[in-house]
Write a protein that binds this ligand. Structure first.
Ligand code: MN
Length: 235
């Protein structure tokens, strides 16, 4: 039985870790939909937490792009949107985790952009089809280096903001998350065996919108960091 590959496998997607001389190898990228009330309203789908549960979609780890990159305006869309998000980096395995035990799974945090082909996502949504064409496409998961949680513990509040060419577009607070970090880890781990290397994009606040070729996106999360992306010529 040979162990050779027919061709070289792709490199493991990974992120730098601030202050640590080792990279964080990325496994799965889970994304939370509609996790800020004002964004759910702007998408025309308000959320009643008392009668609903969080929902998720995934991006392949190969879609990861390091903050600071220039990416081409993607194919297949005429409505390419930014979504500024807190990213939770999972550093330990867990299944059916209790909210009180969720912190032990958190390795650290990053600032991310869930880049979206909004036109394709909305067609899929309205036709009851999967969101993959709108969400899970090449270079769509932008992420800073990871800040180990250190003494931050479970982040429960702090500003989250995004600018396009320096003009403020999104401004909210992590305290506005409908489902907070322990609730997300507890819920997601009912459906998946969470593993070290998984990322959770926790959802975007209101103010999402389109970008054009040449735009520069910047976004900050208090205590975590700043993400940056430049939109290059269409591919
Ligand atoms: Mn999102």
């Amino acid at each position: 039985m040979t162990s050779k590959y027919l061709w070289s496998p792709a490199a493991t997607p990974s992120l730098a870790v601030r202050g640590v001389d080792a990279r964080f190898p990325v496994g799965r990228i889970f994304c939370v939909g509609r996790n800020y009330h004002a964004h759910a309203v702007e998408m025309g789908r308000p959320v009643d937490k008392s009668t609903s549960k969080p929902f998720y979609f995934l991006k392949d780890a190969s879609t990861l792009v390091a903050s600071g990159a220039t990416v081409p305006y993607p194919c297949g869309t005429q409505n390419y949107h930014y979504e500024m998000e807190l990213v939770v980096a999972i550093g330990a395995s867990g299944f059916r985790v209790k909210e009180a035990d969720a912190e032990a799974l958190v390795y650290g945090y990053a600032a991310g952009l869930d880049m979206t082909r909004r036109d394709l996502q909305l067609v899929a949504r309205d036709q009851g089809r999967p969101w993959d064409l709108g969400k899970d496409f090449e270079r769509s998961a932008v992420c800073t280096d990871i800040l180990p949680k250190g003494t931050l513990g479970v982040l429960a509040a702090g500003s989250i903001a995004l600018q396009v060419n320096g003009t403020q577009k999104q401004s909210s607070d992590l305290a506005q998350l409908i489902w907070n970090i322990p609730e997300l880890i507890a819920d997601l781990s009912q459906y998946y065996h969470l593993q070290a290397g998984d990322l959770i994009y926790t959802g975007t606040p209101e103010g999402v919108g389109p970008v054009q070729v040449g735009d520069v996106i910047t976004g900050q999360i208090a205590q975590v960091g700043e993400v940056r992306l430049t939109i290059g010529a269409a591919e």
